[in-house]
Write a protein that binds this ligand. Sequence first.
Ligand SMILES: C=C(O[C@@H]1C=C(C(=O)O)C=C[C@H]1O)C(=O)O
Length: 96
Amino acid sequence: MLEAQRQEINQIDTQLTALFERRLAIAKEIASQKYQQQLPLTDVTREHQVIKQQCAQLKDPQLAPYLTDWYRSTMLLTKQYQAHVIQKLQHHSSIK
Ligand SMILES: C=C(O[C@@H]1C=C(C(=O)O)C=C[C@H]1O)C(=O)O
């Protein structure tokens, strides 16, 4: 009964996973620049700008609060990953 929709969700999830991996790969590059230039992990202005830009692209504006939450959690885990990347860079430089 739900089979067709679930298969479609599976296909969407496959695309999301690939995009997630690409997003975190870029976030890793940003993390190493933040480490080298001693920049803070969080850029609140940028975060607000991303959420505003993406919400403006929705066809259905009623989805804005859900997309906002989606981005808030994505950004939180992106920063957790960046913190991990920076910790590793700090560890490597301390043992040289
Ligand atoms: C990826 C970055 O790091 C953080 C995470 C962001 C995101 O996930 O979009 C945006 C800004 C920063 O708070 C960045 O600085 O661009």
